[in-house]
Write a protein that binds this ligand. Structure first.
Ligand SMILES: C[S@@+](CC[C@H](N)C(=O)[O-])C[C@H]1O[C@@H](n2cnc3c(N)ncnc32)[C@H](O)[C@@H]1O
Length: 236
């Protein structure tokens, strides 16, 4: 039976609020990924698992020419529509990322962004192949996920366990599941797809997180939380 991991209902609302100013999404993952993106002026961007649209509005504010958001949660798409407003350069699709991106043409994006999404999926290799297909030759993929060491600390067992783990979202009471994986698996799946690794970062919270939550800010400076990579599709 297919597990549904899209953040529906109360989890969607909780995430949308948290992603705005929370220490992990707003002040650890997103700044690192946007720094990895560099200059996005004039780029056509695909945001796979766009959530409440926080990346979309940032990318547009930084000059991206067009952003296509794909998201499995109807609730988060409502949040994304509210955040994006009537920007004609943004298109949103309701779609399960376990399925092919058949509605997107080959070689049509300069940049793909997959922030804290792909570990939820079982069809990760299929999604990576689809991202490779829709990026133009020489295009860039930015992908972030939970750091394998963080998972080992939180969930215990062997570092090499690659089981599905349940995660609780703060004090929301909501849970969801994802597949933990070793660094070798995480990078191996990307390299096997044909992407080349350009940069890897293990982000720590920015100073802005101190104001929000000093304890969590300090924690991200002692324990890895996320890992983010910048990958390149061969120019051909
Ligand atoms: C941690 S959130 C990240 C959202 C956004 N990328 C960001 O960083 O603000 C994970 C996102 O993946 C989406 N998601 C999880 N499983 C999905 C699936 N099978 N298909 C499409 N989206 C999915 C969730 O609904 C949620 O929006």
């Amino acid at each position: 039976m297919r597990i549904s991991t899209a953040y529906e209902g109360a989890l969607g609302d909780y995430f949308a609020g948290n992603a705005t100013d929370g220490p992990y999404n707003a002040h650890t993952d997103r700044p690192a990924m946007l720094e990895l993106a560099g200059d996005v002026t004039g780029l056509r961007v695909l945001d796979a698992g766009c959530g409440a649209g926080h990346y979309i509005t940032e990318l547009r504010a930084r000059g991206a020419a067009e952003v296509v958001g794909v998201e499995g949660s109807a609730r988060l798409l409502d949040h994304a529509r509210d955040r994006v407003g009537d920007d004609p350069a943004v298109t949103l699709h309701h779609h399960d990322l376990e399925e092919p991106l058949a509605f997107l043409p080959d070689d049509s994006f300069d940049l793909g962004v997959v922030a804290l999404v792909h570990h939820h999926l079982e069809a990760r290799r299929e999604l990576l192949a689809e991202l490779h297909r829709v990026l133009r030759p020489g295009g860039t993929l930015l992908l972030s996920t939970v750091h394998p060491t963080a998972d080992w600390i939180w969930h215990g067992g062997s570092y090499f366990d690659e089981d599905r783990v349940e995660t609780r979202f703060g004090d929301s009471g909501a849970t969801n599941s994802y597949r933990r994986m070793t660094m070798q698996t995480f990078l191996g799946e990307l390299l096997d797809t044909g992407f080349a690794l350009e940069r890897l970062v293990e982000p720590r919270a920015t100073e802005a997180a101190r104001r929000v939550d000093e304890a969590r800010y300090l924690k991200t400076h002692q324990t890895p939380f996320f890992v983010a990579v910048r990958m390149r599709k061969d120019a051909g």
